[in-house]
Design a protein around this ligand. Sequence first.
Ligand SMILES: NC(=O)C1=CN([C@@H]2O[C@H](COP(=O)(O)OP(=O)(O)OC[C@H]3O[C@@H](n4cnc5c(N)ncnc54)[C@H](OP(=O)(O)O)[C@@H]3O)[C@@H](O)[C@H]2O)C=CC1
Ligand SMILES: Nc1nc(O)c(N)c(N[C@@H]2O[C@H](COP(=O)(O)O)[C@@H](O)[C@H]2O)n1
Length: 230
Amino acid sequence: MTTNYDFLFERSFEQSNKDTKGPHVTLTYAQSLDGKIAGRHGQQLILSGAQSMTATHILRLKHDAILVGIGTVLNDDPRLTVRLTSEDLPKGSGPIRHPQPIILDSKLRFPTTAKLLLPTSPTRPWIFTSPIHSSSQKKANLERLGARVFVLDLDLSGHISLEGLFSTLWENNIRSVMVEGGASVISSFLKSGLVDSFLLTIAPVYVGKDGVSAVKDAEVKKNIFQEASI
Ligand SMILES: NC(=O)C1=CN([C@@H]2O[C@H](COP(=O)(O)OP(=O)(O)OC[C@H]3O[C@@H](n4cnc5c(N)ncnc54)[C@H](OP(=O)(O)O)[C@@H]3O)[C@@H](O)[C@H]2O)C=CC1
Ligand SMILES: Nc1nc(O)c(N)c(N[C@@H]2O[C@H](COP(=O)(O)O)[C@@H](O)[C@H]2O)n1
């Protein structure tokens, strides 16, 4: 079966639905029927099928930036690149432009050995951390390897402030962000009300109670599908 992805290529992710100035936010992840995004102890699972994975990579292509939490970097060591074949792309497409990887990492745990810092990685990550690391040796080491480290205040829950993040991204010409996870980041974005578009892949499998739930917070869970604006 061939799938026509034109609807995704044609869709614009430039404009945010929000009143405040900030990038368009697309939240996307893959979960099992019982709402799990990973297996026991965070074991990475391939939940998306081929077509859904192609759709994910088209979305990566369509966004200026791709965002994950440090938990996902430590667990999955992702590349966060666009991997599409010429058959997936519309005729006459130019060279592939990879999104800017963005990592939320208040304790600056980002490993210097991460794939995102390899010379073969097309775009070096932007890492958002807290003021305590503003002149740390770790920050200098990451910058030497090509990462850009931004220092932002933490919010009341001790996380990188999403409002601060968004104005910094806007100032750096990021107009669209695709948020891929993991669990804590998904919950933070759902709670924030900053999500403009939501693409959820549901795989026809059960992972079981030991898996990692996409959304832990019961209140957020209850509201997800009631939010008409998402
Ligand atoms: N199926 C799918 O589509 C996907 C699955 N995954 C899976 O998710 C799991 C990882 O999830 P999880 O461990 O929750 O890690 P996350 O990737 O969600 O990272 C969470 C960490 O990010 C940091 N952080 C900084 N600011 C924020 C903020 N505003 N909101 C939330 N977090 C913030 C915190 O660490 P600190 O306090 O140190 O800053 C926090 O502990 C893995 O098992 C991975 O395989 C991941 C992506 C997609
Ligand atoms: N869309 C989607 N489907 C799945 O089944 C997944 N496991 C994920 N995971 C996300 O993709 C990241 C890996 O990216 P690279 O292939 O290394 O570029 C992983 O870290 C999750 O964010 N996504």
